[in-house]
Design a protein around this ligand. Structure first.
Ligand code: ATP
Ligand code: MG
Length: 401
């Protein structure tokens, strides 16, 4: 009698009354996708629980995959039995014996959704606890801090018994709340911003500005590798690579150096917004964090943001660098981000960009050039690729759309 299924508990999404059906459907699809390598599993979804029926597939790697699925609060490998006290006791005893080492402590935490069941929760705790104490040596009850917490759930259809509670990634199922364009550089911040946005249920497409020959193929590859890390949470991520050299050269030539960084950001935002419209996305995500660099002062953000009314999501805005690095380590993007590369912005960044650019002055300076054809050309020559989570080598995934 081994664990035969995994019981999945929904997180916050269970609060979302009206959208719940949609969330559950999306979560099921996402789980199916994440577990696509396990051919024999089946997924049963219900109003407040989902089950992955293992059908002989191994439990450990499935646990590893489920930990990456947003919208799961917690999950437990369980044994399902009939609602007969003998069967429930036997399953609980089996679990206790499997994980036992001498001197261990345990408790039983029973729950009933089926209030008609012959035992109430106290009665169940005692009936199962006594059975374990009778059949096992060298085990004691500790209700405060047990080594093993035997969870028994009596539901309408059956009883579920488990000795393990694993926390999920939380949040909402990816792509259950629309789509946003992530401005993805090769730095530490923007992948973290993408991850946090996906966690809130938003689907992501990445936009990257590339300025060959000033930025190399390596710099581009870095962004594709970062996109692949993010694709782990959604299966795949579309990446738009925007050729940005011409615009940067014109800025360099025509805009006074103190304003060139602000102008660069404004052009990036305009282009991203146009791609967003074409892709039917609802917002733009950046890795900006207040005060980090010249472009991220309040004045700079006002001057940059003025080119669009589209909502801009800045998940890192109030975070310290160390907090951001911690997340980058957790999601395993930090090593890629730390690879040396040339950033298209730093190459053209003047020694002293204005930290308080005035919007009116910026707008006046921009008037010198007709940017529209330049922006259109950049958008039209944008190269779009689908990066899948699965591809291991960089050569077998660059499928041009
Ligand atoms: P990051 O670590 O994400 O590069 P940063 O702290 O280096 O951020 P900036 O270089 O000022 O800050 O960039 C701010 C934000 O602008 C980035 O987080 C990213 O969202 C966007 N961005 C910067 N450079 C690019 C680029 N080449 N392509 C796409 N987006 C970019
Ligand atoms: Mg950067």
């Amino acid at each position: 009698m081994n664990y035969d299924r995994i019981m999945i508990r929904y997180g916050e999404m269970s609060l979302k009354g009206r959208n719940r059906k949609h969330f559950i459907h999306k979560l099921k699809k996402n789980i199916q996708f994440m577990l696509r390598d396990f051919e024999n599993i089946q997924i049963e979804s219900g109003w407040d629980r989902m089950y992955v029926v293992l059908n002989g597939e191994p439990v450990e790697p499935i646990i590893g995959q489920l930990q990456k699925v947003f919208g799961i609060q917690s999950f437990s490998p369980v044994i399902k039995t009939d609602k007969k006290i003998e069967d429930i006791r036997a399953a609980a005893l089996h679990i206790a014996e499997q994980v036992h080492s001498p001197g261990n402590t345990f408790k039983v935490s029973a729950r009933r959704t089926d209030k008609t069941f012959e035992y109430d929760t106290n009665g169940l705790n005692h009936a199962i606890g006594a059975h374990i104490l009778i059949h096992m040596d060298d085990i004691k009850v500790d209700v405060k801090n047990p080594d093993l917490n035997l969870m028994v759930e009596i539901r309408k259809d059956a009883a579920y018994i488990s000795g393990q509670l694993i926390y999920g990634a939380g949040g909402f199922p990816v792509a259950s709340s629309g789509k946003a364009m992530l401005m993805l550089s090769g730095g530490i911040d923007s992948p973290v911003a993408g991850f946090l946005t996906m966690k809130r249920g938003v689907g992501i497409e990445a936009v990257h500005f590339h300025s060959p020959p000033f930025t190399s193929e390596r710099a581009k590859q870095k962004v594709l590798d970062l996109a692949r890390k993010l694709a782990q949470y959604s299966g795949s991520v579309k990446v738009h690579i925007v050729p940005f050299t011409t615009i940067q050269e014109v800025i360099h030539k025509e805009i006074p150096s103190g304003f060139s960084m602000t102008a660069t950001r404004r052009m990036m935002l305009r282009i991203t917004d146009e791609i967003r419209k074409r892709q039917g996305a609802l917002a733009i995500v950046t890795g900006e964090s207040l005060g980090q660099v010249a472009s991220q002062t309040m004045e700079s953000m006002l001057a940059i943001n003025a080119v669009t009314n589209t909502p801009i999501i800045r998940p890192l805005i109030a975070m310290d660098k160390l907090e951001i690095i911690k997340i980058a380590e957790d999601i395993d993007t930090i090593e890629i981000s730390n690879r040396p590369y040339e950033d298209c912005c730093t190459i053209f960044t003047p020694p002293s960009p204005k930290t308080r650019p005035k919007l009116a002055k910026m707008e006046m300076l921009e008037e010198k050039v007709d940017w529209t054809p330049l922006l259109e050309e950049a958008v039209n020559k944008t190269e779009t690729m689908m990066i899948s989570a699965r591809a291991r080598s960089s050569t077998d995934l660059e499928s041009l759309l």
